[in-house]
Design a protein around this ligand. Structure first.
Ligand code: ZN
Length: 76
């Protein structure tokens, strides 16, 4: 299961037509709401669609594959 939270920045399989491919997750649920960081346009997609299209997620300064992104352990 993929791990991501509100406010996370992700990249998708295909970028936005504006040329940007960084998206902020602004709503989570059955549908996911993403804001394009290039042009501020908002898109909705089903969670299933999102999980098929998402590729990377920002962790600190860099982007890593979302399959390697996990919830931080709580006893750290
Ligand atoms: Zn855009």
């Amino acid at each position: 299961m993929l791990f991501y939270e509100l406010g996370d920045i992700v990249t998708l399989k295909k970028g936005h037509p504006c040329g940007e491919n960084k998206w902020e997750i602004t709503r989570k649920g059955t549908d996911i709401k993403l804001r394009c960081l290039g042009c501020d346009r908002v898109v909705w997609m089903s969670r299933m669609d999102f999980e098929k299209r998402v590729r990377k997620i920002q962790e600190g300064e860099k982007f890593i594959s979302i399959v390697h992104h996990h919830k931080p352990t709580e006893d750290e």
